[in-house]
Design a binder for this molecule. Structure first.
Ligand code: ATP
Ligand code: MG
Length: 696
């Protein structure tokens, strides 16, 4: 395979750890020459969960580096920033036996993160300002809402779609590369009558983004795709990278596929890996067709390799997961097998309700910890973030540390958004949304003054505008002057980083009591934010990364809070992608939750829910428990209020599959205690309602 001598032995040692199919994928085309030029034909590795796709990709990167590839010319695209970091670490470990120090992989990241970097770098060539701000989904929805109001659509007699729906439609059009008419017809038929207005709204949204030098998530892909769609730029950017390697390819959308094909039109140096059975992001425009059609984009077609040995789970867990996915209507990857035999089948546990579920899960978690499985090797997974509320309550009650992924983000808290708005406005004075929010934090400045200042700024040539001289009420002038100095300190060319951010946090903490209730809790978050900020080299990197891959919780933001301590993982199934734990608990394995009653519309949506359950089950190494509450709480029914409904086991585990599980009821019938007193129930209900309100 042409491995240079110095790395030869280490590489051979490394390859010996792999099975023959993995080895073939790692070494495919490495070192092959075509007329003197190095050629790496396109490769697709398509294989089931836990078969070592991600490990194989890490080995392939190590192998390429061993064979002389420049790490800075390897573009590695992963599903999350966490996954990119993990991949860099693994490659570093694989390589470090030979080299001194681990080679960084400077171009490992998510599609959105890499897109942002490339766009800043090439901004001047494509007519955008390199200081553009990035709006997260919430900001985008807010800006769209401003446009919606501005055009008078919100005042229509018949209700115009809400901002979230508008954004979902807009995003679907871009990511699926379909027309507005098609998207409305297939996914939002109830909005079809508004097609003309929506088009007008989106036009206005794009106009205001451009006027404010703002890019949203979709723009990061869209601008990137357009940029590499230009022959010359496409070639130039494509040639920067000798290899482009993509993990979790089943969850990419058409735009992402178009980007890859523009950068590597002949597939040279392109490797993608994924599992069609784990495609769970169609709701965001991902299409499993990308992975299935990948080989045919090239002539000759890309090499397809499959892996069928699972290294993660015991055979009984695999059997159960295999049979769940075998009922899927369409599927490419084969069944998996494992050498990890175990007598323990996965458990299917019937509990009375969500309270019972919480108690059961927490007790089992503790029992496993007693048996030597640390909390970090255990995960509680759920379909939507609200499903874990009861478990969180129980964990808090018993003082068990946990970290939650998915759902409400730290950055969505009002006070954190306030501070970020100041920093963002400091960076980009044309960002109206940031400016509007930031200015209203100043005592005496309301929406009217803020709007006036923004209009003033928009009408002034960049660079000729003095913030302290803006038209504000005389009574607000002293506070305004202080604020203007603050903005100057966090502008490019202002105070050094992170000092600028520290000043902002200090100023904000002085205002917090006036602005919010419970200032103390907020203070801790702001202090955390300052700490995180200090770990970034500059404001722009900090704001970009935070907008793109926000930490899941304040505790996650600065790394786990309890660095040396143990903590349980709580995660939505979507956020659990690619990961594994010794013990996995899946909450609410009932119809209405999995499949979610939000998804029961089309067959395709139901099939995606089946794959979600498959993803959840295949995260488990040794112990898997699916919990089936006999009744659960239904909220979001304004007409009916909260109520308990009878629940049935998820349809994805029909009667015929029951022999794959050890079935049990908890508590065992004899142990059922007398029902709680009405007073105790009332207390519990109040607390849980408050917990739920956090998510509403
Ligand atoms: P997913 O589909 O969930 O993303 P995957 O196919 O990417 O899974 P990995 O996460 O790469 O699988 O590997 C699953 C587990 O198997 C990991 O713990 C990995 O270290 C282990 N593993 C992979 N290949 C081997 C091997 N050849 N020998 C021993 N362990 C292996
Ligand atoms: Mg993986």
């Amino acid at each position: 395979m042409g491995i240079p001598d110095e790395g030869g032995r280490a590489a051979a040692e490394r390859l010996a750890q792999l099975n023959p199919a993995q080895r073939a994928a790692v070494g495919f085309g490495v070192g092959a020459r075509d007329g003197g030029e190095l050629r790496h034909p396109p490769l697709l590795v398509i294989a089931g969960a836990g078969s070592g796709k991600t490990s194989t990709l890490a080995h392939r990167v190590a192998q390429l580096i061993d064979c002389g590839a420049e790490p800075s010319r390897l573009l590695l695209l992963t599903f999350s920033r966490r996954a990119a970091g993990e991949m860099s670490r693994r490659v570093g470990q694989l390589i470090s036996r030979r080299a001194t120090g681990s080679p960084p992989l400077p171009w490992a990241g998510t599609f959105h993160g890499i897109g942002a970097r490339l766009l800043r770098e090439y901004a001047a060539r494509i007519g955008i300002d390199p200081a553009f701000s990035i709006h997260d989904r919430q900001d985008s929805a807010d800006l769209l809402n401003l446009a919606r109001h501005g055009l008078g659509f919100s005042a229509r007699e018949k209700r115009f779609p809400l901002k979230g729906t508008c954004l979902a439609i807009y995003s679907a059009v871009l990511n699926t590369q379909a027309t507005l008419g098609e998207v409305l017809q297939t996914s939002f038929p109830w909005c079809a009558e508004w097609q003309a207005e929506l088009k007008c709204l989106f036009r206005e949204y794009v106009r205001s983004k451009q006027a404010q030098q703002v890019l949203d998530y979709d723009d990061l892909l869209l601008y990137w795709a357009q940029m590499v769609g230009e022959d010359e730029l496409g070639r130039e950017i494509g040639d920067r990278f000798s290899h482009v390697l993509v993990d979790e390819y089943q969850d990419t959308n058409r735009l992402q596929a178009a980007i890859l094909l523009s950068m590597k039109p002949d597939g040279n140096g392109l490797t993608v890996v994924g599992d069609d059975a784990q495609s769970i992001y169609a709701f965001r425009g991902a299409t499993v067709r990308n992975i299935l059609d990948f080989p045919q984009h090239f002539a000759p077609p890309a090499q397809v390799l499959t892996l069928d040995r699972n290294y993660r789970s015991t055979q009984p867990i695999l059997d159960a997961a295999n049979r769940v996915i075998a009922l899927a209507s369409e599927r490419f990857t084969k069944e998996l097998w494992s050498e990890r035999t175990s007598g323990e089948k996965p458990r299917l546990v019937a509990v009375r309700d969500e309270a019972g579920q919480a108690t059961y899960v927490v007790e089992q978690v503790l029992a496993r910890r007693e048996a030597g499985v640390r909390l970090r090797s255990q995960a509680v997974l759920f379909r939507t973030a609200q499903h874990s509320v009861r478990v969180e309550l129980e964990l808090r009650r018993r003082n068990i540390p946990f970290v939650k992924f998915g759902g409400l983000k730290f950055l969505e808290a009002a006070h954190v958004k306030d501070v970020l708005a100041i920093l963002r406005w400091g960076q980009n004075r044309r960002d109206r949304l940031a400016g509007f929010r930031a200015m209203q934090l100043v005592a005496g400045i309301g929406p009217k003054s803020a709007g006036r200042v923004l209009d003033h700024i928009a009408a002034t040539a960049p660079g000729c505008m003095l913030l302290e001289e803006q038209p504000v009420a005389e009574s607000a002038r002293p506070a305004w002057r202080e604020f203007a100095a603050l903005i100057a300190s966090c502008s490019p060319g202002g105070a050094t980083w992170p000092a600028g951010c520290e000043q902002v946090c200090r100023w904000y903490l002085e205002q917090v009591e006036r602005l919010h209730d419970d200032p103390l809790a907020r203070q801790t978050d702001i202090e955390q934010l300052a700490l995180i900020a200090a770990s970034y080299p500059n404001a722009e990197r900090f704001l970009t990364e935070l907008a793109l891959d926000p930490p899941a919780a304040s505790s996650d933001a600065a790394g786990p809070p309890l660095l040396d301590e143990d903590y349980l993982i709580l995660s939505t199934i979507h956020s659990a992608k690619g990961q594994e734990w010794t013990a996995v608990f899946v909450l609410n394995a009932v119809d209405g939750c999995i499949p979610s009653d939000l998804a029961t519309g089309s067959t395709a949506a139901i099939e995606e829910e089946r794959r979600l359950l498959y993803v959840a089950m295949t995260r488990a190494r040794a112990y898997l428990e699916l919990i089936v509450p006999q009744s659960f709480h239904v909220t979001q029914q304004p007409a009916l209020g909260d109520r308990h409904v009878h629940a049935a086991r998820t349809r994805f585990i029909p009667h015929a599959l029951l022999p794959d599980y050890e079935q049990l009821s908890w508590p065992p019938p004899a142990a059922i205690a007398a029902p709680a007193s009405p007073q105790a129930r009332q207390q519990m209900f109040d607390l849980t309602a408050r917990m739920r309100a956090i998510w509403e």
